[in-house]
Ligand binder design. Sequence first.
Ligand code: SAM
Length: 261
Amino acid sequence: MNAPAVRLTLHSSMHKRPGSRPTRTQPSRAPRHLTKPPLRLQPTTLWDYPSQDYGDAQQGLPGYKGATPSYIIWNLLQRYTNENDLVVDCFCGSGTTLDVARDLNRRALGYDVHPARKDIFRVDARKLPPELTSKVDFVFIDPPYGTHLDYGNDPRDIGKLDAADPAYYTAMDQVFSEIHRLLKPAHRMALYVSDSYVHGQGFHPIGFGLFSLLCKRFTAIDIISVVRHNKTLEMGNYRKAAEEGNFFLRGFNYLFVMEKV
Ligand SMILES: C[S@@+](CC[C@H](N)C(=O)[O-])C[C@H]1O[C@@H](n2cnc3c(N)ncnc32)[C@H](O)[C@@H]1O
């Protein structure tokens, strides 16, 4: 059997348990009981996470394909923000960043061209609100990495640009420029991203590509590797394709932490 032409940059939420918890459509300021598993600061640059969510509630929307593991955002906000700080996510997706920020009593604004809930504004990350210039304490983004997920029909969706297309990097450079404008001086942003491998088409080192663009405007604070425990990648066609086709499945995501110069 031929190896399937699978795109091997799946987000870790592909095995999320749909419907396991009620959908959160409204922000809540009430602290939730955080029991699953104990939330701890990651002490090294090799991050591991035992599940998509923490606590008794779900961060982001159940079943959303491409959600960021909320542990990652929790660790970043603990390290780089204080209570009442303003956090922005301009690729907000299912709103994971909003939920984590509110758990930690940070203010949060979410933007997306395909807003999945009422508290996310329909805004292109390349044209963020002018009134936010130098007002933001921290930005987190988990943007599309190539075309492996279909987020919707909006033509402004950067996920419609292939990783082989220079237009993808031009678009992300515009986003970085906007994030730089929004941040207060000497404040930080973090980018969560994976490289891309499409069997038959090749490897695209998106992480290094975006990191070099970031370095035009920001100083690197750290580079973290987040290990991916996506059981989907261990199953069926993915493992078989990787073995027979002699290529690797993506085993980690980069997390770049940058400071506004
Ligand atoms: C990987 S998902 C983000 C997941 C999110 N962190 C979460 O936990 O749910 C990427 C998101 O980027 C959005 N997006 C793509 N192009 C965009 C653009 N030009 N401006 C704003 N959002 C965009 C997509 O609609 C999608 O929701």
